[in-house]
Design a protein around this ligand. Sequence first.
Ligand SMILES: C[S@@+](CC[C@H](N)C(=O)[O-])C[C@H]1O[C@@H](n2cnc3c(N)ncnc32)[C@H](O)[C@@H]1O
Length: 316
Amino acid sequence: MSPHPNPPPQAREGVDNPPSLAGEGGARAGRRGRVGATVGDALTDAAAALAAAGFDEPRRRARRVLAAVLRLSAAEIFAHPERALTTAEEARHAEMLSRMIAREPLSRIIGRREFWGLEFVLSGDTLDPRPDSESVVEALLSRLPDRTPAYRFLDLGTGTGCLLLALLSEFPQAIGVGVDVAAGAAATARRNAKLLGLGDRAYFAVGDWARAIAGGFDAVVANPPYIPTGAIPELPPEVRDYDPKPALDGGSDGLQAYRAIAADLLPLLRRGGVFAAEIGLGQAEAVAAILAQNGLSIDAYATDLGGVIRCVIARR
Ligand SMILES: C[S@@+](CC[C@H](N)C(=O)[O-])C[C@H]1O[C@@H](n2cnc3c(N)ncnc32)[C@H](O)[C@@H]1O
């Protein structure tokens, strides 16, 4: 769950009353209702509203919102500043911009997020997958260089199914099981598997970690909740207010889920099998100790693009 230490880009803190785009005073207010507002106008107004609300890179963000509204690429937005917006597009643009100014991540607003080059549908029960979690996928790929075996993978706390489905996209003969305590997450993961054409190799179950799962897996991956309970109120609003609590809350020291998962790993993994887990900032030693106490050998730590240890890799 890399989301936490690496939250979405920050806007200025303490903006309690974001400007209403539909009301008076917003930078966009003067344009609303104007016949023939163009892509160029909408971009300029949205960037001004985002800048006024304290967002960094307002122009880039404005382009992303408008691209999502118009279902165009950022390049197409650039290429056609003269294109006129319909009334419906203007209304949708104003609504999406208001939500963004209220700190709702754009991925939540549009209900989709790209991970490992694949598109994932989000729901209220799923974490919004973070790019840093790709380090778990990379860690497994580096340990299983042959892509052809019919491996069996297990993903504990699957959320959108992003880790498992990214792996299945790389191993065309593999099958996998994803487990989540949230029924809504398991349903969303199932939907993602279908949309990605991986539905016949991915199975999703509702459960408490691996309690109801029998062993024999070649690899187990997990991105469990790892934020200490007491730190949750301090998270940026984009995370705290929009990612589901069961995806964040790692108990009093943030390590509760690792203890629960580690206790079941030996019977789950075949001999030589790999376990790769995402960890929070500064948790590497503690998680490695928990895994070692439960009979696993620590293989390596993997860092994310920022050089932060993001993943612990162990073997049975
Ligand atoms: C940090 S999210 C990770 C989601 C996804 N794997 C990802 O990387 O985006 C942790 C997930 O663990 C699930 N979870 C929390 N407690 C659980 C439990 N006891 N058993 C199974 N899953 C659990 C949450 O519902 C959430 O989907």
